[in-house]
Design a protein around this ligand. Structure first.
Ligand SMILES: NC(=O)c1ccc[n+]([C@@H]2O[C@H](COP(=O)([O-])OP(=O)(O)OC[C@H]3O[C@@H](n4cnc5c(N)ncnc54)[C@H](OP(=O)(O)O)[C@@H]3O)[C@@H](O)[C@H]2O)c1
Length: 279
């Protein structure tokens, strides 16, 4: 039987050195894609490159660039070097992201801004760097990693939710603009996922948020990555994980008054009080 040709697509992944981004990189490495990983820590990038080379089923090429997605010029220069190395970007995955929980009044202004700059503006900068080329070539796929917190405002996550909700609006508008140019724009809303970020976040998760989010086990990063890659391949605009988030994505605005009532009550009960408006 003839061997399947390795997929030589150039895949650029911001946040590809860890967690969900690394798990997505691992899938593409297994297919022999040319991979560019972008993150800030050069040490983590080296480690990821080493790990991926060992796992790659075929001779995948892996290029790394240390850059901060929040810095537009730095990121554009990094992406230009990726494209000079492996050719035009065929698939962009924006997974670089941070979460710093805390009530709005407790969250320092720069912590709020950092989450917007990384999660939202960092995605916009990456898209801006590859989109004109994709438009010209009339092909390309862009996948933005949002979050379940991009579907529902969660107590203690005002900055993170704002940054992930903003991505949805950006993706919706860009999808419509990009479609006639042969470019697929997608977004996904992962649930809690077992990654280094999740471990750090759990330690800081406010009690009220834990009450609302319950004690559902986090998804393994490779399971999330498989669904993300299926979403990219299918050119699907939105990818959800599990029935609850699917229903929230499809019917969230309609059921929000009930959810707000339910969550306010749960939070008030967990703190031994009564919801001010729920009496
Ligand atoms: N884990 C979850 O439960 C979960 C759930 C829903 C959505 N998400 C989203 O999924 C994405 C990946 O999260 P993860 O859990 O896989 O986190 P992770 O393991 O901490 O990985 C985050 C990646 O982003 C990079 N990064 C962070 N800030 C950056 C910046 N300013 N510039 C460039 N790279 C940056 C990190 O590398 P450096 O730190 O070296 O830069 C790392 O490679 C995030 O967008 C997150 O919001 C995660």
């Amino acid at each position: 039987m003839p061997q399947a040709e390795p997929d030589m697509t150039h895949v650029i992944i911001t946040g590809g050195s860890s967690g969900i981004g690394l798990a997505i990189a691992s899938i593409y490495a297994g297919r022999g894609a040319r991979l560019s990983l972008i993150a800030r820590s050069a040490g983590m990038l080296d480690q990821a490159q080493h790990e991926l080379r060992a796992k790659a089923a075929s001779a995948s090429d892996i290029h790394t660039e240390a850059a901060d997605v929040a810095r537009k010029d730095e990121l554009e220069a990094a992406i230009a070097r990726c494209e000079a190395t492996f050719g035009p970007c065929g698939i962009l995955v924006t997974s670089a992201g941070i979460v710093e929980p805390g009530r709005f009044e407790d969250l320092a202004g720069d912590a709020f801004q950092r989450q917007m700059d990384t999660n939202f503006s960092g995605t916009v900068h990456a898209v801006r760097a590859v989109y004109p080329g994709m438009q010209q070539r009339r092909r390309g796929k862009i996948m933005m990693i949002s979050s379940g917190a991009g579907l529902l405002g969660i107590h203690g996550y005002s900055a993170y939710c704002a940054s992930k909700f903003a991505l949805h609006g950006f993706a919706q508008a860009l999808r419509s603009e990009a479609r006639p140019h042969g470019v697929d724009v997608s977004i996904c809303f992962p649930p809690d996922t077992q990654t280094p970020q999740f471990e750090r976040e759990l330690a800081l998760r406010p009690r009220e948020a834990a009450t609302v989010m319950g004690t559902v086990s986090p998804w393994p990063a490779d399971a999330v990555a498989r669904k993300v890659v299926a979403g990219i391949e299918g050119g699907r605009f939105e990818t959800y994980f599990g029935l609850t988030l699917f229903l929230l994505g499809r019917f969230g605005p309609a059921v929000r008054p009930v959810l707000n009532w339910w969550f306010d009550r749960a939070i008030a009960r967990s703190s031994g009080g009564v919801s001010k408006r729920g009496r």
